[in-house]
Design a protein around this ligand. Structure first.
Ligand code: 5GP
Ligand code: ZN
Length: 113
């Protein structure tokens, strides 16, 4: 399968990982949009939020658990952060492997566009 994030999971494309377990990987975004910008992804290839099923309930919950943990480790839990999922073209999705952006480290602008 020609998926950039599956290649990152396999290690075929290098990344700066900050977390990994059997189900989830998190790594620094290559083009950070904030002082802290980390992508949290399931190892299971799920293309978009629309492709999540009830079978993935525990996995989805764990993505948020990992996001909270990384926010703490990055020192932005108390100052604040933003979690974003872009779904499909008009949502701004570029990589079609489900991911949550963890953004923080400065004051976020109001959601725009
Ligand atoms: P999307 O727009 O699909 O929600 O977000 C995709 C994100 O992946 C973007 O923020 C982009 O900077 C990031 N990205 C694209 N290619 C790479 C890569 O090769 N390595 C890493 N670490 N991030 C990438
Ligand atoms: Zn994938």
């Amino acid at each position: 399968m020609d998926c950039l994030f599956c290649k990152i999971i396999e290690g075929a494309i290098p990344s700066k990982k900050v977390f990994e377990n059997e189900r989830i990987v998190a790594f620094h975004d290559i083009a950070p949009a904030a002082p802290v910008h980390i992508l949290i992804i399931p190892k299971k290839h799920i293309a978009t939020m629309n492709d999540v099923t009830e079978e993935d309930d525990a996995l989805m919950a764990e993505l948020f658990t990992v996001a909270r943990q990384i926010a703490k480790e990055q020192g932005i839990a108390d100052t604040g952060y933003r979690l974003v999922n872009n779904c499909n073209d008009e949502g701004g999705q570029v990589v079609y492997h489900l991911h949550i952006h963890l953004l923080g480290g400065h004051k976020m602008k109001a959601l725009a566009d």
